[in-house]
Design a protein around this ligand. Structure first.
Ligand code: SF4
Length: 211
């Protein structure tokens, strides 16, 4: 990145900090370079007063085209996990730490690229506002990128997935895999096992909010 390029979404935050005003303002965010290649901003979606908020890494190819988070194959895995855990998706809020799709082009395909720290930092004001406005009882971090963004760079998802974490961000905080990890498994058996483990992690959340 050129040092002269912007690296902070703060100047694009609206005066009025409602979800709809934030979503509208985020559509025009130029806080980092990622807007340039993407189709559109993919802001969070769901209930304004959702009890559970899910935070992933960034929109994927399908989400970039649809302008909605978790509507592609990984979103379908999230839906399966939520159903298994008894958490209605329409009562949750889903979003990402980075609101534009970062990818590299290989032929006609757009291949996901993990966002860098400076891109995550640039986009953080949007997530902070979403957390403030929604004020979820439980926050579920999906994947290492989201977990490190909220819990610190030394956080190890492999050591702490499915645990109730100590954080001031929300009363209940936990981290699990990104549902796209289920899709990356090599065979049906591993996919099934990872899907079950993901549902088990979400059951921890369901149980915590029920108690
Ligand atoms: S990725 Fe975030 S900070 Fe960068 S342009 Fe998009 S909305 Fe703004």
């Amino acid at each position: 990145m050129d040092v002269a390029e912007p690296n902070d979404a703060t100047p694009f935050l609206p005066k009025q900090r409602t979800l709809s005003a934030l979503r509208e303002a985020a559509a025009g965010c130029r806080g980092c370079h990622l807007w340039q290649g993407a189709t559109q901003t993919v802001f969070g979606e769901g209930l304004k007063r959702a009890r559970v908020m899910f935070v992933g890494e960034q929109p994927g190819d399908k989400e970039d085209l649809a302008g909605k988070p978790f509507v592609g194959p990984a979103g379908k895995e999230l839906d399966k996990g939520l159903e298994a855990a008894g958490i209605p998706r329409d009562q949750a809020y889903v979003t990402n730490v980075v609101k534009h799709f970062k990818f590299e082009e290989r032929g006609r395909r757009r291949i996901h690229q993990t966002p860098k720290r400076f891109e995550i930092d640039a986009c953080r004001p949007w997530l902070e506002e979403e957390l403030r406005v929604v004020g979820p009882e439980a926050l579920v971090l999906l994947g290492a990128t989201a977990a490190k963004a909220l819990m610190g760079s030394s956080f190890r998802l492999t050591h702490h997935r499915g645990e109730l974490l100590d954080s001031e961000v929300a009363p209940i905080v936990t981290a699990t895999i990104h549902p796209s990890a289920i899709l990356r498994q090599q065979d049906d058996e591993s996919r099934y096992a990872e899907r079950e483990a993901f549902a088990d992690d979400l059951r921890v959340v369901a149980k915590a909010i029920a108690s």
